[in-house]
Ligand binder design. Structure first.
Ligand SMILES: [Zn+2]
Length: 318
């Protein structure tokens, strides 16, 4: 199969077209990604199986029949895999991603809802369970995202959702990985849960002077709090990374998605942004496509409820 050549993904759009010209090409690629060492029965784990006439795997152990798409984002889709692959390529090849409106314009999706549903499914698999925690030096800050217009940065700002942001890396050095979480409110509990989940114990956590961060030392982290005052150049420098990430995030939401993100779906967009950001130095966009494909066939999409932890603070968002 073509995927066994140099890289496990097409490196250019031309290669992409060559690799995936038929439904069979796409199905083979999915199987190869899902079962790189040969078919494994999702029911009993047996590897002895044969192909049925309909192209399914029939397990010799438990007699169950499976396809490469069962239990993945492609399950039950009546659209060709080739179209899915194209959308995934586009989503990864464009640095800023795509919106449901782009899909309607580019691929002639008749319904905005369908296009939006595809992107939502793909965003859902971008969160990988058991991700490593951030380590070393980690800047943490809070942001208020969404709402009718950007403006006041403050607690409970009109129509905005509170988001906690963590960014790895030393000052003036390359930024490391990022993590985001929508929360109902910024308080000691939400802040400590977020940092506890995403930052390695003992790491240095750098924050502003808000009192919600004042128990971090007791929770087992090194902690530096910088009170940001007018003209507080040094303090601002210490939180440069996280402030930069917040402004890039806001620009992306306002640009690609034109602010059309409702608070209840914001977490999924944050996951897409993190997925992209954490792989922004990838030389080949095809690598991101490959990664997304891997997650699309191996990560079971979490229940919708589990995704949207934040209750919208207000619903006045377009
Ligand atoms: Zn079986």
């Amino acid at each position: 199969m073509k995927a066994t050549s140099q890289a496990p993904y097409p490196r250019t759009f031309e290669e992409f077209l060559e690799w995936f010209s038929t439904e069979e090409d796409c199905a083979k690629y999915l199987e190869w990604i899902r079962w790189p060492d040969g078919f494994v029965c999702p029911g009993c784990g047996d590897m002895k199986a044969w192909r049925t006439d309909r192209g399914l795997w029939h397990c010799q152990g438990c007699q169950r029949q499976s396809s490469a798409t069962a239990g993945t984002v492609f399950e039950d889709s009546r659209k060709p895999l080739r179209l899915w692959f194209h959308v995934m390529w586009l989503m990864m090849a464009q640095k800023t991603g795509v919106s449901a409106k782009n899909l309607c314009d580019t691929y002639g999706f008749v319904s905005y809802q369908t296009a939006w549903g595809w992107l939502r499914k793909l965003r859902r698999v971008m969160i990988r369970t058991g991700r490593e925690r951030l380590s070393g030096r980690v800047e943490v800050d809070e942001a208020y995202v969404g709402g009718q217009k950007e403006g006041t940065r403050g607690r409970g700002a009109e129509g905005k959702t509170a988001v906690l942001v963590a960014v790895e890396g030393a000052p003036k050095k390359k930024l490391g990985r990022v993590r985001f979480r929508c929360v109902e409110a910024i308080n000691r509990e939400s802040v400590e849960l977020f940092i506890g989940d995403y930052v390695e114990p003992g790491a240095l956590v750098v924050t502003d002077g808000l009192s919600v961060y004042d128990r971090l030392k007791a929770a087992g982290f090194e902690h530096q709090a910088h009170v940001i005052t007018t003209g507080g150049e040094i303090a601002r420098l210490e939180l440069d990374h996280v402030h930069l990430v917040i402004s890039l995030l806001k620009r992306w939401l306002g640009g690609t998605h034109q602010g059309a993100v409702t608070p209840s779906h914001l977490q999924a967009y944050l996951d897409e942004f993190a997925f992209r950001f954490n792989r922004r130095l990838s030389q080949h966009r095809g690598k991101l496509f490959h990664r997304l494909m891997q997650q699309a066939v191996t990560v079971r999409p979490p229940a919708v409820k589990a995704l949207y932890v934040a209750k919208p603070q207000s619903v006045g968002v377009a």
